[in-house]
Every structure is written in structure tokens, then in C-alpha cells.
Design a protein around this ligand. Structure first.
Ligand code: GLN
Ligand code: ZN
Length: 763
């Protein structure tokens, strides 16, 4: 048996987020293009060398990017939308970054979640009459540099044509054929160039193959791979699938490619069943995605080895790859950067580097049963057992509360229409009320002070006084702008999940465990390792202080249970539903504290609810049921007078109006500008009868929208939302924006809402 260790991809951000710093320094003009390119190259080389030093045999290139890999592919194919006035032969960095972030007079491309992860990619836009061409073959460049500088024959990775087109926008059924017609020759060219340069294996990532495929889809995939294999017969393609098992296993494994990579972590049961039923083609190499690339838990290697042996016993070939279940970019780089975690927990964690070691150990163990392998297996068992016995997992009180929940704990006693009347009579808001999503700019000063406080350079009192002053300043600013429902600004929070996790039991925090969320933005998800419990108010002080300063309502601001769960690394010994209900019960206490203090509007953000939706249709209902219930458990104990808001952003809302309705939140604010009106179309089909605000401008861009621009957006929204339900707000929180542009944009927003209010009164 020949077992090769490899991964599907490795994190590009670097152990200390060197990548992010370089990208942002370039944006700020602090480094030249040459310096930027050189640093990026040295990072690529370092990452390859690091993986090699960990013992990984087959290394991957092409898993690197300057912003996002889908965008890299679009740029490689010359798919630059006409609004960028792109005239050059190559896509220059300014054009590339205009597409990703917007520029002065041009909006960015749409951004959305990568399958069910918290990574966001740039959606390629296809324009019908646009000719496509290979502007560059950057994958080849990466292959060559590894070969020349390090003497390595690597495995280049490309996002496959089926997934690329599936995730792109701008074509309909008719133009899809011509899109493929233009695109496939470019893939052929890329493959040919790679083969000519000496590439042995080429990884084609096709995660879209794990979705539910129709017969037509399958036919299309067959045609694509037939054409590629006929035109470049010498290319050894590893067709890589991940995030789920394959529903069309039989057809996919018959495609004319040299290898098939399967996810035996998230798709374990389904892929195992298919493997038993249909076998695996003898002439192909199987990629066994055994080490979970989505979680941070150390694997029990004995169990994994048994799984691998079961798989190997079902295949006839004598060659297999032992690999991660997906790209390791979804986990942090190494647990070695963590110095403050308690030993039991730290020892039960595994990030990218540790996962690579797990992979190489597994290969060694299964192959030879060697001592090194055996030792790693028994160590992994000890570590995982020790975590299972952790006292933090044995809070009987919390477990009992969750077990005793009853249906009435999950619904508000009064239906929306009646609540609305009561709320309106107490809140007395004008028509088209204006508000924001919660956070205001986290200026350098805010970040600096928090850092000093964390490092114990300033006292609690000094830090709190600073946050209070900043809150006061922004209450005044909001009043001057003329907003109707105010917020305290969230200056005390770095992150909307971390902030709550630090105050609840059951959470652990890392120093350096960053993962990319989108572009250069990284997040440091907390680890939920134990039972979650509320002990004292988490948000009360700041919100109360803000409310004292104004006669306008100030919204209480919480992160919802499903978002806390989806944006954390979560224990895997109890169900997600149980964890979500534990968090919901804790947040319920917080809401009660806010209500008791006289706060009449409470927002419970759930931006991550949609992204947790399983990729497969058949698994969706059960997820929706427990996640919506967790939100309702959080919010349904309030008084009829209390107005519950929620917020969602950056995801596919098309099929989501129904679930949003089921949350029974009095008001929802939704990001709209990056999905270019698609939401409006879907609201036309599924009318919405609760309070709703469709974001009027993109907060990812420093651009200030004009009043006229916002007028148009409000006018479009008014076609699908009645006056009584209509709220006016930006797309999302404003913490990444500058103060000046924030104030200017919000002034325009309020002016536009006032115009509408006035016009409506005239009619
Ligand atoms: N209240 C949060 C904020 O304003 C919401 C952020 C989000 O939706 N991602 O930052
Ligand atoms: Zn948002």
C-alpha cells in the first residue's frame, strides 16, 4: 500500500497574520507594489517550507490569494465587469482591489458566504457579450516558483469549472452554455501549461458537487470532465470534493479523472455507504479526507485509523491519499502560539499544523504500525478523554434547564399585529424610522485604549471612562444626524461573539487563533468547550448610560445564540441544538436585565443563522427548526411592549424569507446593497408583513452614497414593503468605517428618509 499525506490547502494568513498586515499596508500606500509582491512571495515560500518541515509529502500551491481565490479566478479569466473600465491586458492590482472593495466611483463586486462556512468569497460576474481570455496563469506561476526556488513538484489547485460557474452570477439558462463554451478552453489552457511545466497532479476543487445534483447537472459535469480529459489527456486530475458526502457518488466516481477526493469527516456516513454499495474504481486514487478541516479538536487517531482501514478494505487500488477533509484555511495556524490556555484544553486542540502532523502520523500508523504512529495514537486518546472529563462539561443545573424546556418557552404570547400596535403607542416612532445596526467606528484611539487595558497598562476605571466618553460623543452625533432609534455604539466590544463569550461560562479564548472571514478581515472565534451559563449582566451598563443621555430609544444590543454558536468552535460531545439552547437561556437572562432597566428595544443579531444551513436540502429542516427555536427561546420571554429587532447580512436571502418570518422578530434589518436588489425580487414573490429595513448602503466601502442614490433604493424597497413596516438603516454595523464618512453617509440616509416621510404625508 502506498499512502501519500497531503492537504487540500493551507492557511495563507500566516502565524501572526503577516499576510493581512501586508495587504493592508499596501492599501494604505505604506509599501510599494514591489514590496507587496515580494512579501507575498516570501509568505508563500515560508508556508510551503513549514508544511514540508511538518512531514507533509505532497504540497499544494494555488491555495494562496491576494484577497479571494474566486476573485483570482475571475481575474485570470478576464471576467472584469464593465463598470471597472478595465482596458489593460492584465488585471492590475488597483482593478483587482476595486473589484474586491469598491473604489471612488464604483461599487465592489458582491460578496457571499462560501458554502456553509464563515468565509466569504467575491461572486464572479459574467457579462453576456464579454469575451473571456486567460489574462495570466497565476497557478502556473506559483507552481514554477515552488519548483525553481524550493525544488518541489507541488500539486497546483484550481477551483473547478462546475463550481466556478455555479457560484458566478449574470447568466441565465440560455447564456450558461456560451459561458461554458468560453470558459472551458481557458481551463484546458491552464491544464496544458501546468502539465508542460512538469505538474504531476492537479487538484480541481469541486465542492459544488456535494450539493443536491439534478440529472441535468450530472450530465453537465460529465461533459465538462470529458472535454477536459480529451483535450488534456496527460493531466492527472484529483477531483476534490468537500463539506459533505456525494449524493451522485456513482456518477462522479466514474468521471474520467485520475483521482477523487472525498470528505470522510462531514460526509462520512454517506460516502461510506456509497463506497460499500458502489465500490471505488480500481484505476483511480482515492483522497481520504479524514482529518476534519473545519473544527479545532484533536482527532482520536485510533478511531480515524479504524475508519481509514475500513475504507482501504473496500478499495482495490494500492494507492491512497490521507488528507484533510477540506482546505485548512478554516482553522488557525498552530496551537503553539497559545500560551494561556489551560493544559487539558490546549492538549485537546489541533489547528492546521497539528492537523498536518495528525495526517502524517495516521499515514505512518496505518502503513507500518510504527512506534511513532502508535505513540501518537495513544496520546490522542488520552487528550480527548481528558477533555471529556473536564468539570466545565458537568454543569447539572444548566443541563436540567435545557432538558425541561416546554413549547411555550419558544413563543411570544401575543401575535405580531397586536404587539405592533402596543409598541407603536409606547414608542411613538415616525414613519420610516431610521436607525443603525449597532457599532460605530472603532477608531485607532478606541483600539489603542482597549489594547492598553488588556495589557493592564490602564485601569478598568480609565478604560470604562473612555468608553463612556466615546458613547456620549456618539449619542450627541446621532441626535445631530437626526436618527430615530439610537445605539450605544459597541465601543466596548472588539468582536460581537468574543465579547459575550468572555462573560459567559463554557468559553475559552485564544491569543492568536485567527481565521479569515473575508478579504483581509480575520476573526478569532472563541472555543465553546463547556456548558454555557449566565452569571451577571453583560451589556447593561453601557446601554443604560447611553439611554440616560437621550430621550430617544436606545437599542439593547446582543448577539443571537445561533450566531454565537456558528462563529465559535463548538464542542462536539453534545448536539449543536443543546449548545444553542444553553446560550439562549443565558441571553434570556440578559434580556430580562435590559427590560428591567427600562430598555424598550432589544436587537438580537443573527448574521450567521443562514450560513449554518446544511448544504443538503434533506438536512435543512431540522437545522432550521432548532436554530429558529433557539432565537425564539432567547426573545420570547419579553413584554408585549418590548420591540425585538434582529439583523442579518451577506448571505443568500432568496430562499430565506420563510425562515426569517418564523423568527417572529418585530423588526429585521437586512443587508441589501451587495446582493444588488435580488432580495427585493424575492420579497416581491414572498411578501413580508413584519417590520423590515433593507440596508441602503454598503458599509464595506468608504464611499459616501448621495441622497439621490438612497432615494432610489428607498423607492425600490417601497415597492415591496408597506409604509407601516418600513425601516431605514445601513447594510451592517459601522465599526470598520471612518468617522467622517459615517456621519456624511448617515446624514444622507436621514435626509432621504425624511423626504419619503414628507412625500408620503403629501399623498
Ligand atoms: N451589531 C453588530 C454591529 O453593528 C452587527 C454586526 C454584524 O451584523 N455582523 O457590528
Ligand atoms: Zn451585518
Amino acid at each position: 500500500m502506498n499512502l501519500v499525506s497531503t492537504v487540500i490547502g493551507y492557511p495563507y494568513i500566516g502565524e501572526n497574520r503577516e499576510w493581512k498586515r501586508t495587504v493592508e499596508a499596501f492599501w494604505k500606500d505604506n509599501i510599494s507594489e514591489e514590496q507587496f509582491l515580494n512579501t507575498m512571495k516570501s509568505l508563500r515560500m515560508k508556508h510551503l517550507k513549514d508544511q514540508q518541515a511538518l512531514g507533509l509529502e505532497l504540497l499544494t500551491v494555488g491555495d494562496f490569494t491576494f484577497y479571494d481565490r474566486m476573485l483570482d479566478h475571475a481575474a485570470m479569466f478576464g471576467m472584469v465587469p464593465s463598470r471597472y473600465n478595465w482596458l489593460e491586458k492584465k488585471v492590475t492590482l488597483p482593478t483587482y482591489y476595486a473589484m474586491s472593495r469598491g473604489a471612488k466611483d464604483v461599487v465592489a463586486c458582491e460578496m457571499t458566504k462560501w458554502f456553509n462556512t464563515n468565509y466569504h468569497y467575491i461572486v464572479p460576474e459574467y457579462e453576456n457579450d464579454q469575451p473571456l481570455r486567460l489574462t495570466t496563469n497565476y497557478i502556473l506561476d506559483y507552481f514554477n516558483e515552488a519548483k525553481e526556488d524550493l525544488g518541489l513538484i507541488t500539486k497546483p489547485t484550481i477551483i473547478g469549472p462546475y463550481t466556478f460557474v455555479q457560484l458566478a452570477k449574470g447568466y441565465d439558462l440560455k447564456s450558461k452554455a456560451s459561458f461554458y463554451l468560453k470558459l472551458l478552453p481557458l481551463y484546458v489552457e491552464i491544464l496544458k501549461e501546468l502539465v508542460n511545466a512538469g505538474a504531476e497532479w492537479i487538484q480541481m476543487e469541486e465542492p459544488a458537487l456535494v450539493l443536491s445534483l439534478s440529472e441535468e447537472d450530472i450530465k453537465l459535469v460529465q461533459q465538462i470532465y470529458k472535454q477536459l480529459s480529451e483535450e488534456v489527456p496527460s493531466a492527472k486530475i484529483m477531483l476534490q470534493t468537500y463539506f459533505e458526502g456525494l449524493s451522485a457518488y456513482e456518477e462522479i466516481t466514474k468521471l474520467p479523472v485520475a483521482g477523487i477526493g472525498l470528505d470522510f469527516s462531514h460526509g462520512k456516513n454517506e460516502n461510506m455507504d456509497s463506497l460499500r454499495k458502489f465500490g471505488f474504481p480500481e484505476e483511480k486514487v482515492i483522497g481520504i479526507g479524514i482529518v476534519n478541516g473545519r473544527d479545532i479538536w484533536r482527532a482520536n487517531l485510533a478511531e480515524k485509523a479504524t475508519d481509514i482501514e475500513a475504507i482501504l478494505s473496500l478499495i482495490k487500488a494500492n494507492k491512497a491519499w490521507i488528507q484533510s477533509s477540506c482546505n485548512l484555511q478554516h482553522v488557525p495556524v498552530t496551537t503553539q502560539s497559545e500560551s494561556k490556555l489551560e493544559p487539558t484544553l490546549k492538549n485537546a486542540l489541533s489547528f492546521a499544523n497539528e492537523k498536518i502532523v495528525e495526517i502524517t502520523n495516521l499515514a505512518a500508523y496505518v502503513l507500518d504500525d510504527v512506534w511513532e504512529g502508535k505513540k501518537s495514537v495513544s496520546e490522542s486518546m488520552l487528550a480527548t478523554n481528558a477533555l471529556a472529563d473536564h468539570p466545565g462539561r458537568k454543569n447539572l443545573q444548566v443541563k436540567k434547564l435545557v432538558a425541561q424546556l416546554k413549547p411555550e418557552n419558544f413563543t411570544r404570547p401575543m401575535p405580531y399585529k397586536k404587539r405592533q400596535a402596543i409598541q407603536q403607542s409606547t414608542l411613538q416612532l415616525p414613519d420610516f424610522p431610521t436607525t443603525t445596526i449597532g457599532s460605530f467606528p472603532q477608531s485607532d484611539e478606541v483600539k489603542q485604549k482597549r489594547k492598553q487595558w488588556r495589557n493592564e497598562e490602564i485601569s478598568d476605571a480609565e478604560y470604562e471612562a473612555f468608553v463612556k466618553k466615546e458613547t456620549e460623543r456618539w449619542i450627541t452625533i446621532q441626535e445631530e444626524i437626526g436618527l430615530d432609534v439610537l445605539v450605544h455604539g459597541e465601543f466596548e466590544r472588539t468582536d460581537m461573539v468574543e465579547y459575550f463569550g468572555e462573560k459567559l461560562s463554557g468559553f475559552a479564548f485564544t491569543e492568536n487563533a485567527w481565521v479569515v472571514s473575508y478579504g483581509s478581515r480575520c476573526v478569532k472565534p472563541p472555543i465553546i468547550y463547556g456548558d454555557v451559563e449566565w452569571s451577571s449582566p453583560m451589556t447593561l451598563k453601557e446601554v443604560k448610560e447611553a439611554q440616560r443621555l437621550t430621550s430617544k430609544p436606545v437599542k439593547g444590543m446582543l448577539t443571537g445564540p445561533v450566531t454565537i454558536l456558528n462563529w465559535s468552535f463548538v464542542r462536539d460531545d453534545i448536539s449543536d441544538e443543546q449548545v444553542a439552547n444553553q446560550i439562549a437561556l443565558a441571553l434570556r437572562e440578559e434580556i430580562k436585565a435590559l427590560e428591567d432597566a427600562g430598555i424598550s428595544i432589544i436587537q438580537v443579531d443573527e448574521p450567521a443563522l443562514r450560513e449554518g444551513l446544511p448544504l443538503r436540502q434533506e438536512k435543512r429542516n431540522s437545522y432550521l427548526e432548532w436554530s429558529i427555536n433557539a432565537f425564539k427561546l432567547t426573545t420570547s420571554s419579553v413584554k408585549n411592549e418590548t420591540q425585538i429587532h434582529t439583523h442579518m447580512c451577506y448571505c443568500e436571502f432568496n430562499d430565506f424569507i420563510g425562515p426569517i418570518r418564523s423568527l417572529d422578530a418585530d423588526v429585521i434589518s437586512i443587508e441589501t446593497s451587495r446582493s444588488h436588489g435580488e432580495l427585493i425580487r424575492s420579497l416581491k414573490k414572498n411578501p413580508y408583513d413584519l417590520g423590515i429595513g433593507l440596508g441602503v448602503y454598503d458599509i464595506h466601502s468608504p464611499r459616501v452614497p448621495s441622497i439621490e442614490e438612497i432615494d432610489t433604493i428607498l423607492k425600490d424597497s417601497s415597492e415591496v414593503i408597506s409604509r407601516k413596516q418600513f425601516w431605514v438603516n445601513p447594510d451592517c454595523g459601522l465599526k470598520t468605517r471612518g468617522e467622517k464618512e459615517t456621519i456624511a453617509s448617515l446624514k444622507h440616509m436621514v435626509a432621504s428618509a425624511k423626504k419619503l416621510r414628507y412625500q408620503e404625508q403629501m399623498i
